[in-house]
Design a protein around this ligand. Structure first.
Ligand SMILES: NC(=O)C1=CN([C@@H]2O[C@H](COP(=O)(O)OP(=O)(O)OC[C@H]3O[C@@H](n4cnc5c(N)ncnc54)[C@H](O)[C@@H]3O)[C@@H](O)[C@H]2O)C=CC1
Ligand SMILES: CC(=O)C(=O)O
Length: 336
């Protein structure tokens, strides 16, 4: 981050979960210099302590304190990032993790909310959209202060793929992935631009072929990137860590960046669900939607994505109902 944008007041960031994603995020934060106080919380305190000892030897580039903490340390944090939870095994989908990680959120989120009622919660644990919705309900926070990393990760991967395809810097590719951070995500082709031109026009202007098949392959590689990486190395950590720092930057610097992050709302007619659409971020959190003029086909794909997340939320709520309530519901005589 440029020095002119660097905040000059103390910024505390708490990371719950000192596993692979948590510590890589702490490391990325240290290198970026965004936070002056980084606190790691983990049930395995000894491991967290080892990570902190190692990380503190990387704190010479930007002056920052790194320490192990507990939930009381969330007080006055600019943000609390939740990365605790199980991750996918090769072949598992993100949605396969839902029951285990929801149980963990029931323990963690109320404690964060109790000690840091004004903070912004940033969720990375998968399935990130379902758990962003859970964190919203469990914290009682307004929706702008519960943000899922969502498809900010997929948008970054998509721009990387398109940048490689067209031979331009990914920063100059304006294209987004919206919907679920998962299998039902969609690439918004109708609004993708390079140098202010739609991709077809850019190809015409640059005298190159518009190769629809190759572009579709970019979206497929984006969607399947995590599966591919997990098959090879068992986890993903660098991409998401850098994305989490990018989500924190506009919060800490109050800079109104537009990002595709997950938050609770109504999307394509599906109510009370969390998914990613572009929205503006600043010190208040993800405070404003940036509406997209989607094509009919894209809107329908977004509705399907929203519905698939909603179905998981509904089945989770069903699973959590007390046994008596479930029995009562099945025993009720049908109304004439
Ligand atoms: N949103 C995204 O783009 C990405 C999300 N993830 C997700 O992040 C999560 C974490 O992944 P990894 O760091 O690879 O897993 P990991 O297994 O390396 O780390 C998880 C950590 O959580 C800790 N933990 C477990 N229960 C806890 C509790 N109740 N309180 C505090 N800490 C607790 C464990 O001790 C462990 O250190 C997974 O759900 C994974 O799917 C991973 C990569 C990208
Ligand atoms: C694991 C995961 O969600 C990702 O790397 O996208």
């Amino acid at each position: 981050m440029p020095d002119s944008k660097r905040p000059n007041k103390a910024i505390k960031v708490v990371i719950v979960g000192a596993g692979s994603v948590g510590v890589t995020t702490a490391y990325a934060l240290l290198l970026d210099g965004l936070a002056s106080d980084i606190v790691l919380i983990d049930i395995d305190r000894n491991r967290a302590l080892g990570e902190v000892m190692d990380l503190s030897h990387a704190a010479h580039l930007h002056k920052a304190r790194v320490r192990v903490g507990d939930y009381e340390d969330c007080e006055n944090a600019a943000a609390v990032i939740i990365t605790a939870g199980v991750n996918q095994k090769p072949g598992q989908t993100r949605l396969d993790l839902v029951k285990t990680n929801y149980a963990l959120f029931r323990d963690v989120v109320p404690r964060v909310a109790h000690h840091a009622p004004d903070t912004i919660i940033v969720v990375a644990t998968n399935p990130v959209d379902v758990l962003t919705h859970a964190a919203y309900k469990l914290s009682g926070f307004p929706r702008e202060r519960v943000i899922g990393s969502g498809t900010a990760m997929d948008t970054t991967r998509f721009r990387h793929e398109l940048g490689k395809h067209f031979g331009v810097n990914p920063r100059n590719v304006h294209a987004v992935i919206v919907g679920e951070h998962g299998d039902s995500q969609l690439a918004v082709w109708s609004l993708a631009t390079i140098s202010g031109m739609r991709l077809r026009d850019y190809c015409t202007a640059a005298g190159i072929e518009y190769d629809e098949k190759a572009l579709e392959a970019c979206a497929t590689r984006t969607k399947e990137a995590a599966y591919e990486i997990i098959r090879r190395k068992g986890k993903t950590n660098y991409g998401v860590a850098s994305v989490l720092v990018s989500v924190l930057q506009p919060i800490v610097t109050d800079s109104d960046a537009i990002m595709t992050v997950s938050r609770v709302g109504s999307y394509a007619g599906v109510e009370d669900v969390a998914l990613s659409m572009p929205c503006k971020l600043n010190r208040h959190g993800a405070y404003q939607d940036v509406p997209l003029l989607l094509s009919e086909e894209e809107r329908e794909a977004l509705r399907r994505s929203a519905q698939s997340i909603k179905d998981v939320i509904t089945s989770l709520e069903e699973h959590l109902k007390p046994a008596e309530e479930k029995a009562e519901a099945t025993e009720k005589p049908e109304q004439a």
